[in-house]
Write a protein that binds this ligand. Structure first.
Ligand code: ADP
Ligand code: MG
Length: 224
């Protein structure tokens, strides 16, 4: 089953924007794309946006088996709801979606070591699903350190890092921005799969076009 796990150096770095761009681009190429947002908290709409990007009527219960009302991290929100997050249940949902898809994109919550309870974290989930990871990072100052830390943590846990995608929430403002991808590639020994520019809207055809233009989609597909 082809798939990838999209993690980030932090929350709010562009995981959903990147995941929706990839899903929309692959769907437009004719792939049957599956998506998951295994844990979603508060009034988050990542799962709904991911489903929309596939152009398929995927059931929310499979895409997002754990949804909690408290706007907090998955472990805290689950605890508040008196629930526990069971990786086997997420794996079963993944298998249901992946069975009917050419490829499945799974968006984590926050970064790689975000706790899921019972001593487990997002890295354990990616391993349990048997998926390689793509790391979404900010293009700006601080990103080299955050991205290298994420790469090192992933590899220590036996995860395969397919590459890094940067996502711009604003125009380049800092003098180190052009050199950051170079430093990440060199010190992290990892492919940079592109930088998504700041996109004015989340219109699906714009997201798909941006992915086609700015991300190394063929390379990514060849790594799956
Ligand atoms: N390429 C981009 N262009 C415009 N806005 C972006 C881009 N990447 C991220 N953002 C914005 O930054 C915020 C966080 O992005 P999001 O994808 O939700 O992050 P995450 O899923 O990592 O929490 C959102 O408001 C989103 O619209
Ligand atoms: Mg998100």
């Amino acid at each position: 089953m082809k798939g990838l796990f999209i993690t980030g150096t932090d929350t709010g770095v562009g995981k959903t924007v990147v995941s929706c761009s990839l899903a929309a681009a692959f769907a437009r190429r004719g792939h049957t794309v599956g998506v998951m947002k295994p844990c979603e908290t508060g009034d988050g709409d990542d799962a709904a946006r991911l489903i929309a990007a596939t152009g398929r009527p995927l059931p929310l219960g499979d895409v997002s088996p754990y949804r909690f009302a408290l706007p907090a991290s998955p472990e805290v929100a689950a605890l508040a709801a008196g629930a526990t997050i069971d990786l086997t249940r997420i794996l079963e949902s993944f298998e249901t979606i992946a069975r009917g898809s050419d490829m499945t994109l799974v968006e984590g919550a926050g970064g790689l070591l975000v706790p899921l309870g019972a001593g487990r974290n997002m890295a354990d989930l990616a391993r349990r699903l048997g998926l390689p990871i793509v790391i979404v990072a900010r293009p700006s100052l601080g990103t080299v350190n955050h991205t290298l830390l994420t790469i090192e943590a992933a590899r220590r846990r036996g995860l395969r890092v397919l590459g890094v995608i940067l996502s711009r929430t604003r125009e380049p403002a800092e003098p180190d921005e052009p050199s950051n991808p170079v430093a990440i590639a060199r010190y992290g020994e990892v492919p940079i799969l592109g930088t998504l520019p700041r996109l004015p809207s989340d219109d699906l055809s714009q997201l798909a076009e941006a992915a086609e233009r700015h991300l190394a989609l063929d390379r990514l597909l060849s790594l799956l």
